[in-house]
Write a protein that binds this ligand. Sequence first.
Ligand SMILES: *Cc1c(COP(=O)(O)O)cnc(C)c1O
Length: 368
Amino acid sequence: MTELARRTGAVNLGQGVPELPSPPGLLEEVAGAVRAGSNQYPPAAGFPALREAVAGHQRRRYGLEYRPQDEVLVTTGATEALASALLALCDPGDEVIAFDPVYDAYPAGARFAGARLVPVPLAEDGDGFVLDADALRAAVTPRTRVLLLNTPHNPTGKVFTEAELAVVAGLCVEHGLTVVTDEVYEHLVYDEGVHRPLAALPGMRERTLVISSAGKTFNVTGWKVGWVCGPAPLVAAVAAAKQFLTYASGTPYQEALARALGGVEAWAAELRGTLRRNRDLLSEGLSRAGLRPLRAEAGYFLQADVRAWGYTDGVRFCRELPLRAGVVAIPTSAFQLYPDAPSHFVRFSFCKREESVLAAVEKLLKAA
Ligand SMILES: *Cc1c(COP(=O)(O)O)cnc(C)c1O
């Protein structure tokens, strides 16, 4: 789709690559660290100052205590943390449960480990999605090894509620499941929503690996600095896999982020304001163009229902949209593994400059 956008000169609301600025001080810090010679391998577990900053962040925001020495591991983005966690936890034949639509790295990560991803569909509920507790319960088998929870969720923009988290936690405790959470959008929850890590619920800290990353929070997706927090034995297992994937990376970025993470709240509040405005502009524009938008409580993306434009298939809609309207979107089916999943949703990203969002809206209205 990105290639199609380039070829047709369409406004690209496909990929979730931010067009938004990063904190200027953070960029200066990286430049300074490079010039000062921070260009060799960092410690395998990550810079101690960054591990301390991550531990401080988890304590301050969520009341979760992690020892920086052995319960925090810095990774090459959330992606490597996810892959390492699945390699560490799963044996061939194991099953990994995740909510569908699923981020594409999850089934790939499960396959690396010889395991299989079992998709559990989220249920449609008006203009959004809710947990289907029965579907979740039905997906657990004796082979289930890991439950992977992404909240805030990509691509739906759903934030799991306290009640939903309690259902998930109860099931994980009951069946002795190990949990991996992907919380890369933790700072991008809009309106009155709150992000709560599953690890903060009773009985969960000891069985949960919490993954996050700097990419989405600071608009630095190309830096690939992520981290994982959890009980020492689980983190050690992740570290053992990670050691032979990248060993370690991003020395100057790690140094700079160690300082930035302490002040993340002020930065994130400003970024949320920008993204929420974009979301509202795009959502209103999609509505006016007849493409019913779903609610996006968090993150970078809005789903829209394409049926009013005469399509039943989001793939065909996305192939034709660049020519018909000069806009690029991605079919939600790219993230759906569940066989009966609806095919009429597409995903638009709004992590773009306001001009890009407005240009896309104008083009959609013209083509409607
Ligand atoms: C972007 C994204 C990631 C990847 O994070 P990196 O730190 O860039 O590796 C992981 N999970 C979800 C849900 C994402 O949207």
